[in-house]
Ligand binder design. Structure first.
Ligand code: FES
Ligand code: FE
Length: 439
């Protein structure tokens, strides 16, 4: 596989078609990307009490995300140090200890080896401090979003996020008590490569008016006339992209603050962000983005039932690799703490009904995503070195003909109108850098 040639292809707006279903690339992604990048593992509100835990994956490796007895959030490889048996046998719960079912080695919820059957007769001088569960190298939270990196030499999370941090602040940092997950994240397995989801949420607006045309027609999303708002594609940081649909002026009729109810908006504290950040939030109608590598989000006024009014909500999506041509899609619904129960229920139902496993948007998207993956595995495509086209808005030379905006208040390169695929190229450049060992 010619990984070294991919950056030059990307410079011409091209991507080799086989990257979505290739065992060698999949292996390199696990070895060189998921072991080194900062990966999302869950939200702090999923483990509010000491001892709470959930099981998550980084790449395809299982980890326990746990709040230990001192309140410290830890990410521990779910593998006993004796023979490697998984010590956590359920998806979530509360435990002071994890006891291995094979021979009974027992670990505290901080990961320390605290006991083993017949430890004093069976072992001489076993240094228990050397035999705890293996922790992720680094764990950090941003607005309750917990990220972990398995790379001892990883840059600090803030450096890794770059300009994306500014946008995460304005989306997830508006409320003094923060966000919380409603119910359980729902998830399902799809015969499609994980990158296709990350690619789509990097800013594939192009498909929304075509593939999802019927969604606008039946009214699952409260979208005002396009003339009243402007779209911005933001290359926010290395690999990270975000798309905003923003009202042209603050007094424009239509949703404000992504369509949150007034009582929710009233709970926001403008002093938590800068005036420029607050102004973008106020005018924001739809925001979609991807935090490299595989966490995406949509904030929008959505409804699962067009007879009921849409409500502003945050869906977090994660695209977890499960083999070269398969992924597990995770979907979390978040609301602000203190959101009244009826609004929480609407937000949950609307998110499940649009982006859950049987969601209206999800049903549209997953069909082409599976056929892309199938195409990507074809021998003929490989044999002729077929390339896919990511040239929208940019000359093959890389020079943009879509206007680059200079007056946008946030960091990064910003393009408008948003008919450009530089956001996806931004994702693949970072991806190729990891695979080449250059990131
Ligand atoms: Fe866990 Fe032996 S494998 S105690
Ligand atoms: Fe879609």
């Amino acid at each position: 596989i010619d990984i070294e040639g991919i950056p030059a292809d990307l410079d011409r707006g091209l991507l080799p078609s086989h990257v979505f279903n290739d065992p060698d690339i999949h292996r390199l992604e696990l070895e060189r990307l998921f072991t080194r990048a900062w990966c999302f593992v869950g939200h702090e509100s999923e483990i509010p009490t000491n001892g709470d835990y959930v099981v998550r994956t980084i790449g395809e490796d299982p980890f326990i995300l746990v709040r230990d007895e001192h309140g410290v959030v830890r990410v521990l490889l779910d593998a006993c140090r004796h023979r490697g048996t998984r010590v956590c046998r359920v998806e979530k719960g509360n435990a002071s200890n994890f006891r291995c079912p094979y021979h009974g080695w027992t670990y505290s919820n901080s990961g320390d080896l605290v006991g083993a059957p017949a430890i004093n007769t069976a072992y001489r001088g076993l240094d228990r401090s050397q035999w705890g569960l293996v922790p992720a190298a680094h764990v950090r939270s941003v607005h309750g979003l917990v990220f972990a990196s398995l790379d001892q030499n990883a840059p600090p999370l803030e450096d890794y996020l770059g300009g994306m941090k500014w946008y995460l602040d304005l989306m997830f940092g508006l409320h003094p008590e923060g966000l919380e997950v409603v119910g359980e994240p729902n998830r399902f397995v799809l015969d499609a490569n994980w990158k296709i989801g990350a690619d789509n949420f990097s800013g594939d607006d192009y498909h929304t008016v075509f593939l999802h045309k019927s969604m606008w027609e039946i009214g699952t999303i409260a979208i005002p006339p396009v003339a009243n708002m402007q779209g911005y594609h933001v290359h926010a940081g290395p690999g990270h992209s975000v798309t905003f649909s923003i009202a042209n002026n603050p007094d424009e009729p239509g949703p404000k603050f992504w369509g949150y109810e007034q009582e929710v908006v009233d709970s926001f504290d403008p002093d938590l962000v800068t005036p420029k950040q607050f102004e973008i939030a106020r005018r924001a109608r739809i925001t979609v983005g991807t935090v490299f590598p595989n966490l995406s989000f949509i904030i929008a006024p959505l409804t699962d039932d067009p007879t009921k009014p849409p409500t502003g909500l945050i869906s977090l999506r994660q695209w977890q690799p499960r083999g070269p041509g398969r992924m597990e899609i995770w979907n979390w619904v978040l609301v602000w703490k203190g959101t009244p129960e009826p609004i929480r229920e609407r937000a949950y139902a609307s998110s499940i009904g649009t982006f859950g496993p049987a969601g209206l948007f999800e049903q549209d998207d997953t069909e082409p995503w599976q056929s892309i993956t199938q195409m990507s595995g074809t021998q003929y495509g490989r044999s002729i070195g077929m390339k896919l086209n990511y040239q929208m808005g940019h000359q093959p030379s890389g020079v943009g003909f879509v206007e680059e905006i200079t007056g946008f208040p946030g960091p990064g390169k910003v393009y408008s109108p948003r008919y450009e695929e530089g956001v996806q190229l931004n994702f693949y450049r970072r991806w190729a850098a990891y695979l080449n060992g250059a990131a």
